[in-house]
Design a protein around this ligand. Structure first.
Ligand code: FES
Ligand code: FES
Length: 189
């Protein structure tokens, strides 16, 4: 049978897919970490990102999959308090760490940032919002720990890696400033 016969090509494609599935099954790792205050274990291929593990194994779809290459910030979560791009972080790197997603922000009642986004109309389509919230939460916590109140320019710089195609950013900055006032900044500028 010639190499370009459709049956030969189908057979080869099927064999390649089977080989890939077998190799992925061999490479599965179990990773244990703390997720929004709960201990979790997740089994995922070693090359999977934290974003994939959160969305496609743990069902937490609040963390958005935008560019998948570090450009948009929609996938931002916190790892040990730091804002991290989960599309550029391997799931295995979360082992033993404390991971927080938007689902863990404001459990029981909305976090001041969530209330401020609502008050200020800072979310339109909402796709960027979970990443914005997690970046802003990390930034405000770090400023408070350092005893500082962030200026509007500093907030804008801190959110520079989070892109929004809807709001024009003004209302997002208003909201983060409002939340900072409510949370109580450190005072020094
Ligand atoms: S999805 Fe991670 S930066 Fe865009
Ligand atoms: S609200 Fe639509 S991308 Fe920001």
């Amino acid at each position: 049978m010639p190499d370009n016969d459709p049956n030969v090509l189908r057979h080869r494609l099927g064999a390649a897919a089977g080989q890939q599935a077998r190799s992925e099954a061999r490479d599965v790792r179990v990773v244990a970490f703390t997720l929004n205050g709960e201990s979790v274990q997740v089994a995922a291929p070693a090359h999977w990102t934290l974003l994939e593990a959160l969305r496609y194994r743990l069902g937490l779809i609040g963390t958005k999959q935008g560019c998948d290459k570090g450009d948009c910030g929609a996938c931002t979560v916190r790892v040990d308090g730091e804002a991290v791009l989960s599309c550029l972080t391997l799931a295995v790197m979360a082992a033993g760490r404390r991971v927080e997603t938007v689902e863990g922000l404001g459990v029981g009642r909305p976090h001041p940032l969530q209330r401020a986004f609502d008050d200020c109309g800072a979310a339109q389509c909402g796709f960027c919002t979970p990443g914005m919230l997690m970046s802003a939460a990390a930034m405000l916590d770090q400023a408070r720990a350092a005893g500082r109140t962030l200026s509007r320019m500093e907030i804008a710089a801190g959110l520079g890696g989070n892109l929004c195609r809807c709001t024009g950013y003004v209302r997002i900055l208003d909201a983060v400033e409002q939340a900072q006032r409510e949370l109580g900044g450190g005072g020094e500028r």
